[in-house]
Ligand binder design. Structure first.
Ligand code: ADP
Ligand code: GN1
Ligand code: MG
Length: 361
């Protein structure tokens, strides 16, 4: 299969002059395509090990982006307020070629994603963007959403799966991770809090992004303002706490997700404060008490969950997340557990920060 055959299905301007691997996503295969009309496109192969029903994924993205654009119709920058799907010649949102599924987006010009925060102000902007995403979808008919990955952020379910995989230990990698297994098991009660809150309706079920990591937020290159959140594959009903917690997990860390030297991995309280301020400035009045009370906890639970997911994948033989070397998932899991420890050590201060911000709003 060559790039020409795939791209010839889509309504793109000009003919392709260059196609390069692009971005650092762990799931899909992404290419940046440039054409003779000086247009750029993002071409993606949807990972069908992860997303079993690409049609459902694309239906959600079509509905959600249309809703955001309608919500933003008075924004002069409306064209960059959401991903824009490039349809196929027969007006489909994706194409199936042999067993692979492809989609194409317009490239969002004049903006970029960050792997790590370089200027603290950016994270305040990211906080606002995560808040705005929530607000823009508040009146979205939630029942229309397809569940693209069942139980995606059901942390207790993730824990049970982890236990099963650790017990089976098909790759025979379990011996060296006793400390990590104990770390997880010691926290099994707390990890139920968001799920229990949703079950007893003290935590509302909302339309959530579910993957608010830093490199899914597009930031304008000249103004440094966050323009939109991309990677909409996991938009599903969930808790806003997932989106808050997951954004903190990477954005407020002093190190990369796969930093090998754990001495470098800390939770930066200034970054935590900036994000929280931006986020709450937008959604403070929309959130319920139970949500506001659990913001710090959400960062801990989602970081623990992510560590568990990396470790599960390590034990299963790296079948889910893209890896670059044999222990990559183990290294990623360890940075997550270090961050969880940091959140525990800074628990009081983090809660004071949230309360201080709430008093000013
Ligand atoms: P994955 O699901 O693998 O994480 P993403 O959809 O997040 O894939 O895309 C990977 C990267 O490609 C993003 O982090 C971003 O830098 C870039 N990207 C994706 N879509 C666009 C777009 N429409 N315009 C510009 N850059 C994009
Ligand atoms: C994956 O696709 P990407 O790289 O934005 C994963 C997230 C994890 C993240 C960890 C569909 O996100 O859930 O939190 O890696 N996405 C999916 O970095 O599983
Ligand atoms: Mg991504």
């Amino acid at each position: 299969m060559i790039m020409y055959n795939i791209l010839s299905n889509f309504k793109i301007d000009g003919s392709i002059i260059q196609a390069d691997d692009y971005g650092n996503g762990h799931i899909n295969k992404t290419y940046l395509v440039t054409t003779t009309s000086n247009k750029k496109y993002i071409l993606q192969q949807i990972n069908t090990t992860v997303f079993k029903k690409p049609k459902d994924v694309m239906e959600n993205i079509e509905m959600v982006t249309a809703h955001i654009r309608e919500n933003q119709k008075n924004n002069p920058d409306v064209s960059r307020s959401a991903l824009e799907i490039v349809n196929t010649h027969d007006e489909k949102t994706y194409v199936k070629i042999k067993d692979s599924y492809w989609r194409c987006y317009k490239f969002i010009e004049g903006a970029k994603t960050y792997e790590k925060i370089t200027n603290p102000f950016l994270f305040y902007e990211v906080g606002k963007a995560v808040g705005k995403f929530q607000k823009q979808l508040q009146d979205f008919p939630i029942d229309k959403l397809n569940i693209t990955i069942p139980n995606f952020h059901n942390t207790p379910a993730r824990f049970n799966r982890f236990l099963t995989v650790a017990t089976e230990d098909v790759m025979d990698r379990g011996l060296d991770i006793f400390n990590e297994i104990k770390f997880i098991c010691d926290r099994q009660e707390e990890m139920k809090i968001i799920e229990n809150g949703m079950a007893n309706q003290s935590i509302p079920i909302r339309v959530t992004h579910n993957d608010t990591k830093l490199n899914n937020v597009m930031i304008d290159e000249s103004t440094n303002q966050a323009i939109c959140i991309i990677d909409l594959d996991t938009v599903m009903p969930g808790s806003v706490l997932y989106d808050f917690g997951d954004a903190i997990r990477i954005g407020a860390s002093t190190a990369a997700e796969d930093e090998k030297d754990l001495e470098k991995v800390h939770l930066d309280l200034t970054l935590f404060e900036l994000f929280t301020k931006g986020f709450l400035e937008v959604v403070r009045n929309d959130l319920k008490e139970e949500e506001l009370n659990n913001l710090v906890l959400s960062a801990k639970i989602i970081t623990l969950e992510c560590g568990m997911r990396f470790l599960t994948d390590y034990l299963e033989g790296d079948v889910y997340f893209r890896t670059s070397y044999p222990d990559h998932n183990l290294i990623r899991a360890r940075t997550q557990f270090k961050l969880v420890q940091e959140i525990e050590e800074n628990w009081e201060q983090m809660n004071q920060i949230v309360n201080r911000i709430l008093k000013t709003l």
